[in-house]
Design a binder for this molecule. Structure first.
Ligand code: CUA
Length: 378
């Protein structure tokens, strides 16, 4: 949807001109304005500083130029005031600049509590999105306007970078690890996603789209996805669902063959937690990990997500998506205290979709306990 002409006030027009003349893209996220303000603050500070320095240099060149053959430069001493000024002004400027940058950085790095999670997988040369509720999509990420969305990113092959100019966010997607970023879209529309890390032949075509929907449109779309999933499951009760967890190989092959910017939706394989439960059983996770709180070879998954764990190296770590993924890929690196180092690495063994499914399954095991204690009451 186009929004041209919606801002007709004078200040709106001026802002529009100012923005366009400095070639900054549209602002469509809650942090975009702050990022741009910092950008303008840095440019302004740099220009003012440069003008002062060059101006003062030019003044000195003219005012203190050599006027005759016998001219001798005057010896200058005891200029503490000037020295304080010359050190103090730039230092204060840079400290203010640093503070604004630090403040914005922390805000950009901290997703608000209650943000909606979406898993993002980059691969040569496309972006794939998976919602915990089950829907998958290639090339198109649908999100509601006005709600914070947290992206959990990984890659199937090389390092990519998820870049949405209109949101002012850019985050690397790294194979075998999860990184995160977040945004909140401020107006409905369609926004271009680019890959910002050179990743091979079609790097420049590794595009996707974020489609921001109004709350009503979003609810309708999610409902459609849920109904579609139920319909597909009813149509083939023993269908392909049981074959293998995550994405079946033939589907992946089909994605490769087709136009990468098209959208493919399917949801018959259930929600991520449902898939995760199957992955856990089929991959043997449950031989060492329990889900009911009982101690076994590895830490129990009950109430594991978000728990503070003490490591053998003395550090403590919060078991979030990043640490849980690290535990699957490099289990010996940062071991939880009190357990034998017997877990094998699943690097290259688990598909990104399977890791996402396991994470979402483990996350549900947190609320399951609370529900159990509630229903076990007298
Ligand atoms: Cu992916 Cu560049």
């Amino acid at each position: 949807a186009s929004h041209a002409g919606t801002e007709s006030t004078d200040s709106g027009v001026l802002e529009e001109l100012f923005r366009k003349s400095l070639f900054l893209p549209e602002q469509a996220s809650s942090i975009a304005k702050d990022v741009d303000h910092l950008h303008y603050a840095i440019i302004t500070a740099a220009l003012v500083m440069a003008a002062l320095i060059f101006g003062f240099a030019a003044y000195c060149l003219i005012r203190f130029r050599r006027r005759s053959e016998t001219d001798v430069t005057r010896k200058v001493q005891g200029t503490l005031g000037w020295e304080l000024l010359f050190v103090g002004v730039p230092l204060t400027t840079f400290l203010v600049w640093f503070y604004i940058g630090y403040h914005d950085f922390i805000r950009m790095q901290t997703p608000p509590p209650g943000a909606m999670d979406v898993y993002v997988v980059g691969k040569q040369w496309m972006w794939k999105f998976t919602y915990p509720e089950g829907p998958n999509s290639i090339g198109v990420l649908r999100v509601p306007v006005g709600k914070p969305v947290r992206l959990l990113l990984t890659s199937r092959d090389v390092i990519h970078s998820f870049y949405v100019p209109a949101f002012r966010i850019k985050q690397d997607a790294i194979p075998g690890a999860y990184t995160q970023t977040w945004f909140e879209v401020t107006k409905p529309g369609s926004y271009r996603v680019m890959c910002a890390e050179y990743c091979g032949l079609k790097h420049s075509e590794m595009w996707a789209e974020v489609v921001a929907l109004s709350e009503a449109d979003w609810d309708a779309w999610m409902k459609e996805q849920r109904e579609g999933r139920v319909a597909l499951r009813d149509a083939s009760p023993s269908g392909p669902e049981r074959e293998e967890p995550g994405i079946p190989a033939r589907r992946v092959a089909r994605y490769d063959a087709q136009e990468p910017h098209g959208e493919v939706m399917y949801g018959e394989r259930g929600t991520l937690p449902e898939r995760g439960e199957r992955v856990a059983a089929e991959r043997g996770c449950l031989r060492c990990h329990t889900v009911d709180g009982t101690a076994h070879i590895g830490p129990t998954w009950l109430d594991l997500y978000g728990r503070q764990e003490r490591l053998t190296n003395g550090e403590t770590v919060v078991a979030d998506e990043a640490y849980l993924t690290e535990s699957m890929m490099k289990p010996q690196d940062r071991l939880v205290e009190g357990y034998e180092p017997v877990m094998p690495s699943y690097q290259g063994q688990l598909e990104a979709a399977e890791v996402a499914a396991l994470l979402e399954y483990i996350k549900t095991l947190r609320s399951a306990r609370l529900e159990n204690t509630r229903s076990e009451g007298p």
